[in-house]
Design a protein around this ligand. Structure first.
Ligand SMILES: [Zn+2]
Ligand SMILES: [Zn+2]
Length: 360
Protein backbone atom coordinates (compact mmCIF):
# COMPACT_ATOMS: atom_id res chain seq x y z
CA UNK A 1 0.00 0.00 0.00
CA UNK A 2 1.53 3.29 -1.11
CA UNK A 3 -1.20 5.70 -0.21
CA UNK A 4 -4.67 6.02 1.31
CA UNK A 5 -7.57 8.46 1.34
CA UNK A 6 -7.63 11.37 3.78
CA UNK A 7 -9.65 14.55 4.39
CA UNK A 8 -7.22 17.41 3.86
CA UNK A 9 -7.49 21.11 4.70
CA UNK A 10 -5.85 22.81 1.72
CA UNK A 11 -7.20 26.33 2.43
CA UNK A 12 -8.85 27.75 5.53
CA UNK A 13 -12.62 28.09 5.36
CA UNK A 14 -12.74 26.17 2.08
CA UNK A 15 -14.17 22.67 1.66
CA UNK A 16 -11.74 19.91 2.66
CA UNK A 17 -10.48 17.76 -0.18
CA UNK A 18 -10.39 13.98 -0.15
CA UNK A 19 -6.82 13.35 -1.29
CA UNK A 20 -4.52 10.36 -1.58
CA UNK A 21 -1.75 10.71 1.00
CA UNK A 22 1.45 8.63 1.22
CA UNK A 23 1.65 5.73 3.67
CA UNK A 24 5.12 5.94 5.26
CA UNK A 25 7.63 3.22 6.04
CA UNK A 26 7.50 2.44 9.75
CA UNK A 27 10.36 3.44 12.05
CA UNK A 28 11.28 0.76 14.61
CA UNK A 29 8.50 0.64 17.22
CA UNK A 30 6.00 2.52 15.04
CA UNK A 31 2.58 1.21 14.07
CA UNK A 32 0.23 1.69 11.17
CA UNK A 33 -3.41 1.73 12.30
CA UNK A 34 -6.47 1.26 10.10
CA UNK A 35 -8.94 3.85 11.39
CA UNK A 36 -12.32 2.55 12.55
CA UNK A 37 -13.78 5.83 13.79
CA UNK A 38 -12.70 9.43 14.08
CA UNK A 39 -14.79 11.78 16.20
CA UNK A 40 -14.67 15.51 15.52
CA UNK A 41 -13.92 18.13 18.13
CA UNK A 42 -14.50 21.89 18.32
CA UNK A 43 -10.76 22.37 17.78
CA UNK A 44 -11.05 20.74 14.34
CA UNK A 45 -13.66 23.35 13.42
CA UNK A 46 -11.51 26.24 14.72
CA UNK A 47 -8.48 24.93 12.85
CA UNK A 48 -10.46 24.62 9.64
CA UNK A 49 -11.70 28.23 10.02
CA UNK A 50 -8.21 29.62 10.49
CA UNK A 51 -4.71 28.74 11.61
CA UNK A 52 -4.45 27.91 15.32
CA UNK A 53 -1.15 29.01 16.76
CA UNK A 54 2.11 29.41 14.88
CA UNK A 55 2.57 25.73 14.08
CA UNK A 56 -0.26 25.37 11.57
CA UNK A 57 0.80 25.19 7.98
CA UNK A 58 -1.25 23.55 5.24
CA UNK A 59 -1.98 20.95 3.95
CA UNK A 60 -3.27 19.26 7.12
CA UNK A 61 -5.24 16.03 7.56
CA UNK A 62 -7.98 17.08 9.94
CA UNK A 63 -8.92 15.22 13.13
CA UNK A 64 -7.21 14.19 16.35
CA UNK A 65 -9.63 11.70 17.91
CA UNK A 66 -8.84 8.31 16.34
CA UNK A 67 -9.60 4.71 17.21
CA UNK A 68 -8.45 1.92 14.94
CA UNK A 69 -7.05 -1.54 14.32
CA UNK A 70 -3.37 -2.40 14.15
CA UNK A 71 -2.49 -3.05 10.52
CA UNK A 72 1.29 -3.29 10.89
CA UNK A 73 3.94 -3.02 13.64
CA UNK A 74 7.66 -2.59 13.17
CA UNK A 75 9.02 -4.80 15.94
CA UNK A 76 7.53 -5.78 19.29
CA UNK A 77 5.25 -3.43 21.20
CA UNK A 78 3.36 -3.66 24.47
CA UNK A 79 0.41 -1.58 25.62
CA UNK A 80 0.37 0.78 28.62
CA UNK A 81 -0.38 -2.19 30.90
CA UNK A 82 2.47 -4.33 29.53
CA UNK A 83 0.38 -6.62 27.31
CA UNK A 84 1.74 -7.48 23.87
CA UNK A 85 0.17 -5.58 20.97
CA UNK A 86 -0.61 -7.56 17.84
CA UNK A 87 -2.07 -7.08 14.41
CA UNK A 88 -5.87 -6.63 14.57
CA UNK A 89 -5.95 -5.18 18.10
CA UNK A 90 -8.27 -2.20 18.45
CA UNK A 91 -6.66 0.71 20.22
CA UNK A 92 -6.20 4.37 21.00
CA UNK A 93 -2.80 5.95 21.63
CA UNK A 94 -1.46 8.89 23.60
CA UNK A 95 0.29 12.10 22.64
CA UNK A 96 4.02 12.20 23.35
CA UNK A 97 5.83 14.78 25.44
CA UNK A 98 9.55 15.30 24.77
CA UNK A 99 10.67 14.04 28.20
CA UNK A 100 13.64 16.37 28.50
CA UNK A 101 12.41 19.98 28.56
CA UNK A 102 11.83 22.01 31.74
CA UNK A 103 8.11 21.11 31.84
CA UNK A 104 8.74 17.39 31.34
CA UNK A 105 11.75 16.89 33.55
CA UNK A 106 11.67 19.57 36.28
CA UNK A 107 8.08 20.77 36.62
CA UNK A 108 6.60 17.33 35.79
CA UNK A 109 3.85 18.99 33.73
CA UNK A 110 4.22 17.21 30.40
CA UNK A 111 0.90 18.50 29.03
CA UNK A 112 2.50 21.92 28.59
CA UNK A 113 5.69 20.56 27.01
CA UNK A 114 6.34 22.85 24.02
CA UNK A 115 7.70 19.93 21.99
CA UNK A 116 4.75 17.63 22.57
CA UNK A 117 3.60 15.64 19.56
CA UNK A 118 -0.13 15.72 18.88
CA UNK A 119 -2.38 15.11 15.88
CA UNK A 120 -4.58 16.96 13.44
CA UNK A 121 -2.25 19.87 12.69
CA UNK A 122 0.69 18.23 10.89
CA UNK A 123 1.58 18.70 7.25
CA UNK A 124 0.34 15.78 5.16
CA UNK A 125 3.12 16.23 2.57
CA UNK A 126 5.96 15.54 5.05
CA UNK A 127 6.99 12.32 6.79
CA UNK A 128 5.19 10.61 8.45
CA UNK A 129 2.26 12.11 6.50
CA UNK A 130 -0.57 10.34 8.32
CA UNK A 131 -0.94 12.24 11.61
CA UNK A 132 -4.59 13.24 11.26
CA UNK A 133 -7.51 10.98 12.14
CA UNK A 134 -9.84 11.69 9.20
CA UNK A 135 -7.91 9.24 7.04
CA UNK A 136 -8.11 5.55 6.30
CA UNK A 137 -4.81 4.97 8.11
CA UNK A 138 -2.77 6.72 10.77
CA UNK A 139 0.88 6.53 11.72
CA UNK A 140 1.58 5.88 15.43
CA UNK A 141 5.07 7.20 16.27
CA UNK A 142 7.24 4.88 18.41
CA UNK A 143 7.04 6.73 21.76
CA UNK A 144 3.19 6.81 21.87
CA UNK A 145 1.66 4.75 24.65
CA UNK A 146 -0.94 2.29 23.50
CA UNK A 147 -4.29 1.67 25.18
CA UNK A 148 -6.31 -1.34 24.01
CA UNK A 149 -10.04 -0.84 23.65
CA UNK A 150 -12.20 -3.55 25.23
CA UNK A 151 -15.11 -5.02 23.29
CA UNK A 152 -17.78 -3.23 25.33
CA UNK A 153 -16.57 0.22 24.19
CA UNK A 154 -17.61 1.37 20.71
CA UNK A 155 -14.96 2.72 18.36
CA UNK A 156 -16.70 6.11 18.33
CA UNK A 157 -16.67 6.40 22.14
CA UNK A 158 -13.06 5.22 22.24
CA UNK A 159 -12.16 7.87 19.66
CA UNK A 160 -13.78 10.57 21.80
CA UNK A 161 -11.54 9.38 24.66
CA UNK A 162 -8.55 10.48 22.63
CA UNK A 163 -9.34 14.14 23.34
CA UNK A 164 -12.60 15.12 25.02
CA UNK A 165 -12.97 12.37 27.61
CA UNK A 166 -9.34 12.05 28.65
CA UNK A 167 -9.17 15.80 29.26
CA UNK A 168 -12.16 15.45 31.59
CA UNK A 169 -10.38 12.60 33.44
CA UNK A 170 -7.33 14.85 33.80
CA UNK A 171 -9.56 17.56 35.30
CA UNK A 172 -11.05 15.19 37.86
CA UNK A 173 -7.61 13.93 38.83
CA UNK A 174 -6.48 17.49 39.52
CA UNK A 175 -9.70 18.27 41.37
CA UNK A 176 -9.17 15.34 43.75
CA UNK A 177 -11.88 13.60 45.74
CA UNK A 178 -15.46 14.91 45.75
CA UNK A 179 -17.09 14.68 49.17
CA UNK A 180 -20.57 13.22 49.44
CA UNK A 181 -21.97 16.57 50.66
CA UNK A 182 -20.54 18.58 47.78
CA UNK A 183 -22.51 20.26 45.01
CA UNK A 184 -20.94 20.37 41.56
CA UNK A 185 -21.95 22.89 38.91
CA UNK A 186 -20.90 22.13 35.35
CA UNK A 187 -20.87 24.94 32.77
CA UNK A 188 -21.44 23.40 29.36
CA UNK A 189 -23.53 20.55 27.99
CA UNK A 190 -21.43 19.44 25.03
CA UNK A 191 -19.44 16.18 24.99
CA UNK A 192 -17.09 17.34 27.75
CA UNK A 193 -19.94 18.63 29.91
CA UNK A 194 -21.97 15.49 29.53
CA UNK A 195 -19.01 13.22 30.21
CA UNK A 196 -18.06 15.38 33.22
CA UNK A 197 -21.63 15.04 34.48
CA UNK A 198 -21.30 11.25 34.49
CA UNK A 199 -17.90 11.33 36.21
CA UNK A 200 -19.09 13.82 38.90
CA UNK A 201 -22.13 11.63 39.55
CA UNK A 202 -19.92 8.54 39.72
CA UNK A 203 -17.45 10.22 42.07
CA UNK A 204 -20.19 10.72 44.63
CA UNK A 205 -21.28 14.36 44.39
CA UNK A 206 -24.40 15.18 46.37
CA UNK A 207 -25.82 17.09 43.42
CA UNK A 208 -24.70 17.69 39.86
CA UNK A 209 -26.18 20.83 38.29
CA UNK A 210 -25.54 21.69 34.65
CA UNK A 211 -25.93 25.03 32.87
CA UNK A 212 -25.95 24.66 29.11
CA UNK A 213 -27.89 24.67 25.83
CA UNK A 214 -29.67 23.79 23.61
CA UNK A 215 -32.57 21.82 25.08
CA UNK A 216 -31.77 18.66 23.08
CA UNK A 217 -28.27 18.47 24.58
CA UNK A 218 -29.65 19.02 28.06
CA UNK A 219 -31.92 15.98 27.62
CA UNK A 220 -28.75 13.90 27.17
CA UNK A 221 -27.23 15.70 30.18
CA UNK A 222 -30.11 14.52 32.35
CA UNK A 223 -29.61 10.93 31.26
CA UNK A 224 -25.90 11.29 32.10
CA UNK A 225 -26.86 11.83 35.72
CA UNK A 226 -27.54 15.56 36.20
CA UNK A 227 -29.90 16.34 39.09
CA UNK A 228 -30.83 19.67 37.56
CA UNK A 229 -30.24 21.46 34.27
CA UNK A 230 -30.65 25.12 33.37
CA UNK A 231 -31.10 26.20 29.76
CA UNK A 232 -28.96 29.27 28.99
CA UNK A 233 -31.22 30.16 26.09
CA UNK A 234 -34.26 30.32 28.37
CA UNK A 235 -32.66 31.83 31.46
CA UNK A 236 -30.71 34.60 29.79
CA UNK A 237 -29.86 36.79 32.78
CA UNK A 238 -26.70 35.55 34.56
CA UNK A 239 -28.16 36.88 37.84
CA UNK A 240 -31.03 34.41 37.53
CA UNK A 241 -28.59 31.57 36.84
CA UNK A 242 -26.59 32.53 39.91
CA UNK A 243 -29.78 32.57 41.96
CA UNK A 244 -30.65 29.07 40.70
CA UNK A 245 -27.30 27.77 41.98
CA UNK A 246 -27.74 29.63 45.30
CA UNK A 247 -31.23 28.14 45.68
CA UNK A 248 -29.70 24.66 45.39
CA UNK A 249 -26.87 25.34 47.85
CA UNK A 250 -28.40 27.05 50.90
CA UNK A 251 -27.36 30.38 49.45
CA UNK A 252 -23.64 29.63 49.47
CA UNK A 253 -22.85 28.72 45.87
CA UNK A 254 -21.38 25.52 44.47
CA UNK A 255 -18.54 23.67 46.22
CA UNK A 256 -17.06 22.85 42.83
CA UNK A 257 -17.50 24.51 39.42
CA UNK A 258 -16.26 22.72 36.30
CA UNK A 259 -16.07 24.97 33.24
CA UNK A 260 -16.23 22.98 30.00
CA UNK A 261 -17.81 25.60 27.71
CA UNK A 262 -15.15 28.20 26.88
CA UNK A 263 -13.12 30.90 28.59
CA UNK A 264 -15.94 33.42 28.24
CA UNK A 265 -17.85 31.38 30.86
CA UNK A 266 -15.17 31.83 33.54
CA UNK A 267 -16.37 35.17 35.04
CA UNK A 268 -19.88 33.80 35.48
CA UNK A 269 -18.51 30.51 36.79
CA UNK A 270 -16.62 32.34 39.52
CA UNK A 271 -19.88 33.95 40.69
CA UNK A 272 -21.40 30.48 41.05
CA UNK A 273 -18.65 29.20 43.36
CA UNK A 274 -18.81 29.45 47.14
CA UNK A 275 -15.96 30.95 49.19
CA UNK A 276 -13.36 28.24 49.64
CA UNK A 277 -14.61 26.33 46.61
CA UNK A 278 -12.70 24.63 43.79
CA UNK A 279 -12.82 25.73 40.15
CA UNK A 280 -11.70 23.44 37.33
CA UNK A 281 -11.21 25.23 34.01
CA UNK A 282 -11.22 22.80 31.10
CA UNK A 283 -12.92 24.67 28.24
CA UNK A 284 -10.03 26.68 26.86
CA UNK A 285 -11.59 28.03 23.64
CA UNK A 286 -12.80 31.56 23.14
CA UNK A 287 -11.70 34.98 24.27
CA UNK A 288 -9.53 34.70 27.36
CA UNK A 289 -10.01 38.32 28.41
CA UNK A 290 -11.37 37.36 31.83
CA UNK A 291 -12.47 40.22 34.07
CA UNK A 292 -14.03 39.65 37.46
CA UNK A 293 -15.08 42.01 40.24
CA UNK A 294 -13.78 39.75 42.96
CA UNK A 295 -12.70 36.16 43.43
CA UNK A 296 -14.30 33.87 45.99
CA UNK A 297 -12.12 33.89 49.10
CA UNK A 298 -9.73 30.98 49.64
CA UNK A 299 -10.76 29.38 46.37
CA UNK A 300 -8.61 27.02 44.29
CA UNK A 301 -8.34 27.43 40.51
CA UNK A 302 -7.13 24.58 38.29
CA UNK A 303 -6.58 24.98 34.56
CA UNK A 304 -6.40 21.81 32.54
CA UNK A 305 -4.72 21.17 29.25
CA UNK A 306 -5.06 17.88 27.40
CA UNK A 307 -4.04 14.76 29.32
CA UNK A 308 -1.26 12.35 30.16
CA UNK A 309 -1.28 8.78 28.87
CA UNK A 310 -2.97 7.39 32.00
CA UNK A 311 -5.97 9.67 31.36
CA UNK A 312 -6.59 7.92 28.02
CA UNK A 313 -6.66 4.65 29.96
CA UNK A 314 -8.93 6.10 32.66
CA UNK A 315 -11.41 7.32 30.04
CA UNK A 316 -11.52 3.95 28.28
CA UNK A 317 -11.90 2.15 31.62
CA UNK A 318 -14.73 4.46 32.65
CA UNK A 319 -16.59 3.88 29.36
CA UNK A 320 -16.22 0.12 29.74
CA UNK A 321 -17.02 -0.25 33.42
CA UNK A 322 -19.92 2.26 33.58
CA UNK A 323 -21.54 1.24 30.33
CA UNK A 324 -24.69 0.02 32.07
CA UNK A 325 -25.06 3.19 34.14
CA UNK A 326 -24.60 5.93 31.54
CA UNK A 327 -25.82 6.08 27.90
CA UNK A 328 -22.46 7.13 26.47
CA UNK A 329 -23.47 6.42 22.88
CA UNK A 330 -26.05 9.22 23.03
CA UNK A 331 -23.24 11.78 23.21
CA UNK A 332 -22.17 10.94 19.68
CA UNK A 333 -25.13 12.17 17.78
CA UNK A 334 -24.36 11.93 14.08
CA UNK A 335 -22.41 9.55 11.86
CA UNK A 336 -20.77 10.46 8.55
CA UNK A 337 -18.54 8.87 5.93
CA UNK A 338 -15.12 10.29 5.04
CA UNK A 339 -16.61 11.84 1.89
CA UNK A 340 -19.13 13.70 4.09
CA UNK A 341 -16.42 15.34 6.20
CA UNK A 342 -17.47 18.87 5.16
CA UNK A 343 -21.05 18.19 6.15
CA UNK A 344 -19.83 16.82 9.49
CA UNK A 345 -17.69 19.89 10.21
CA UNK A 346 -20.57 22.21 9.24
CA UNK A 347 -22.90 20.35 11.61
CA UNK A 348 -20.36 20.77 14.42
CA UNK A 349 -19.76 24.46 13.57
CA UNK A 350 -23.49 25.21 13.79
CA UNK A 351 -23.92 23.15 17.01
CA UNK A 352 -26.52 21.02 15.23
CA UNK A 353 -24.86 17.88 16.60
CA UNK A 354 -23.26 17.21 20.00
CA UNK A 355 -20.41 15.23 18.52
CA UNK A 356 -19.98 13.96 14.99
CA UNK A 357 -18.16 10.77 14.08
CA UNK A 358 -16.61 9.71 10.79
CA UNK A 359 -17.06 5.96 10.52
CA UNK A 360 -14.86 3.93 8.22
ZN1 LIG B 1 8.99 18.33 27.12
ZN1 LIG C 1 -10.10 17.79 20.66
Amino acid sequence: MNDCRAAVITAHNQPLEIQRVSVPDLEPGALLVRIAASTLCGTDVHRWHGPLGDGDSLPIITGHEPCGYVEEINGERTDILGNPVKRGDRLVWSYVACGSCYYCSVALQPCICPGRASWGHNRSDRFPYLLGSCAEYMYVPPPCLIIKVPEEVSSASAAASACAYRTVMHGFERLGAIKSNEIVVIQGSGPLGNFATAVARDHGAKQVLVIGAPAARLEVTKRMGADGVLNLEEVIDPKDRRQWVRDHSDGRGADIVIQVANNMAVPEGLTLLRDGGRFVNIGAGGNANISVRSLPQEMTFHTIRSGEPRHWLQAIDFLASRKKTFPFEEMISASYTLEQVNEALQAMASYRVVKAVINF
